[in-house]
Design a protein around this ligand. Structure first.
Ligand SMILES: O=C(O)CCC(=O)C(=O)O
Length: 273
């Protein structure tokens, strides 16, 4: 977390998320950091993919991924974490982390359905104001600058829909083009999908979901033995064992609070209109 960025950038990135439901953080990872992550993704693929199902994605998540220092470091990159803290405030942790690796698929393979994240959350807020609650970072390790590579599609502004419109929503969606090392940061309510990878290369993305500490984890995140965390904020994000403290945290349980004030960050207020 020790690189610098122009003052105000997290604020303007978080304003873009408020408006569009997503934002792209360009060049977040440098080439060495990318190489480390790619090596891990490739090792997982080599050891875990099912050769009987060559078109199936491989998703590896939870402690097996969280225990890798370069992965935790990616989740804590300053420009990313500053934007996340501005959006969600200090009482957060990583409730999902995982590599998704998408091999080449045939043209007729149906793509994933458009969806919002968060399981039942949207259903349980029907007719009420639905808070953002969580944001997810898609850290792209491979090229996403052309179509047909398993691109991320999003409907800008759809996080504000009161209900899904009665139209073909694919016509409202746009592809988000990214270089390796760019990050798509999107919020839970925005409608999005991944299109089919019809290229001849594997698409590799590291996903990190940031959530309030009182929300349950989406995967088993306990790293044993505990690693050496590189900062108190990293420890808060990856070591969320004290569940009751997540509801009533003391200041000592919230290093991200001190971090926010030393970095001059304030939580943005969400416009409910
Ligand atoms: O793989 C992608 O690009 C999108 C994945 C997705 O829809 C999600 O993580 O909610």
């Amino acid at each position: 977390m020790n690189e610098v960025h122009p003052a105000g950038e997290p604020k303007s990135l978080s304003e873009q998320i408020q408006r569009d439901g997503y934002v792209v953080l360009r060049n977040l990872m440098d080439s060495q950091e990318l190489e480390h992550l790619l090596n891990h993704a490739d090792n997982f693929w080599d050891t875990l993919h099912d050769p009987q199902r060559p078109q199936s994605k491989l998703e590896v998540h939870g402690a097996a991924v969280a225990q890798i220092a370069s992965v935790r470091m990616a989740a804590c990159k300053k420009r990313l974490i500053d934007t996340v803290l501005t959006l969600l405030g200090p009482n957060i942790y990583v409730n999902y982390i995982g590599f998704t690796i998408n091999p080449p698929q045939s043209e007729d393979k149906q793509h994933m359905a458009y969806h919002q994240d968060g399981g039942r959350i949207s259903k349980e807020h029907a007719q009420f104001f639905e808070p953002r609650y969580t944001v997810k970072a898609a850290i792209w390790l491979t090229d996403g600058t052309r179509l047909g590579v398993g691109n991320f599609y999003v409907i800008p502004g759809s996080h504000r829909w009161k209900q899904k419109p009665d139209t073909k929503i694919d016509e409202l969606a746009i592809p988000v083009y990214v270089e390796p090392g760019d990050v798509i940061l999107f919020e839970r309510r925005v409608w999005h999908t991944r299109k089919t990878n019809t290229s001849n290369t594997r698409r590799k993305v590291l996903f990190v979901d940031y959530a309030p500490r009182w929300m349950e984890p989406k995967c088993q995140m306990d790293i044993t033995p505990p690693p050496t965390y590189s900062s108190p904020v990293e420890e808060q994000l990856f070591n969320n064992k004290e569940t009751w403290r997540a509801y009533a945290p003391r200041k000592i349980d919230l290093p991200a609070l001190d971090y926010m004030s030393s970095a001059g960050l304030t939580r943005s207020v969400e416009d409910e209109s």
